[in-house]
Design a protein around this ligand. Structure first.
Ligand code: ZN
Length: 210
C-alpha cells in the first residue's frame, strides 16, 4: 500500500474514532463505569494515532525501541490525564471524581501551551532530535485530550492571577484541529536542522516568508 493511501486511511480511522467515541459517550449514560471507559479509550486512541503519524515521519532520526516508547507514551499520557479527577477528589469513587466543583489540575490548558513553547525552544536551539520528539509527544497528549474535553467545557487557563475558561469549542473545529495537529507538529519538527528525508508520503519543506 502506498504511504499516501496509508496516511489517508489513518486520518479516516482517526475521524471515525473521534465521532464514534463522542456519540457512544453521549448514548451510553449507564453504567457510569462503561461511559468513563469509552471516554478514556477514545482519548487514548486519538493520542496513539496522532503520535504515530508524527513519530513515523521521523523514525529515521531515532531507534526502533524509542519509536515504540514515544507512541506508547502518547497513548498512555492521553489516557492518564483523567486520573487528576480522582487525585483532586481524593477518592477512588467515580461519582466523586466526576462531580468536582472545579476542573482538575491536569486539565489546565496552560500545560499544553508551556509544552508547545518548550518544544519550539528545543527545535530552535537544535537540541537532540529525540528531546524535541519527547516534548512533542507530551504536547500532543495534552493538546488532543484537552481539545476533546473543550467541546463540552472550553479550554481552561489557570496561572497566578489568571483563571479563565473559553467558550466550548465548536465540534467541527475540534475534528479539524485533531486532524491538523500531527501535520502542524511535523512542520515544526521539520524546521530542526539535521532532518533527513525518509520514505514517508508527505514531504515537508521549511516555511518560507516571501
Ligand atoms: Zn479529561
Amino acid at each position: 500500500m502506498s504511504p499516501t493511501i496509508l496516511l489517508l486511511l489513518k486520518h479516516i480511522v482517526l475521524l471515525i474514532v473521534c465521532i464514534a467515541g463522542d456519540k457512544l459517550s453521549v448514548a451510553i449514560q449507564k453504567p457510569h463505569i462503561l461511559k468513563a471507559v469509552i471516554d478514556n479509550v477514545t482519548h487514548a486512541w486519538i493520542g496513539l494515532m496522532v503520535t504515530e503519524i508524527v513519530v513515523r515521519n521521523f523514525q529515521d532520526q531515532i531507534g526502533r525501541n524509542e519509536k515504540y516508547a514515544l507512541i506508547a507514551t502518547g497513548c498512555v499520557i492521553s489516557s492518564l490525564i483523567d486520573l487528576d479527577h480522582f487525585i483532586e477528589a481524593k477518592s477512588l469513587s467515580l461519582h466523586d471524581a466526576t462531580n468536582l466543583t472545579e476542573r482538575p489540575f491536569l486539565h489546565n490548558s496552560s500545560i499544553f501551551l508551556i509544552l508547545l513553547i518548550s518544544m519550539i525552544g528545543a527545535i530552535a536551539s537544535k537540541v537532540q532530535y529525540s528531546m524535541s520528539l519527547w516534548l512533542t509527544v507530551n504536547f500532543i497528549a495534552f493538546f488532543t485530550h484537552q481539545l476533546r474535553d473543550a467541546i463540552r467545557r472550553g479550554f481552561w487557563f489557570r496561572a497566578p492571577y489568571l483563571n479563565y475558561s473559553t467558550a466550548p469549542v465548536i465540534y467541527w473545529v475540534y475534528l479539524a484541529l485533531t486532524q491538523l495537529c500531527p501535520h502542524a507538529t511535523i512542520q515544526l519538527l521539520s524546521m530542526q536542522k539535521g532532518r533527513t528525508t525518509d520514505d514517508y508520503s508527505v514531504k515537508y519543506k521549511y516555511l518560507e516568508v516571501v
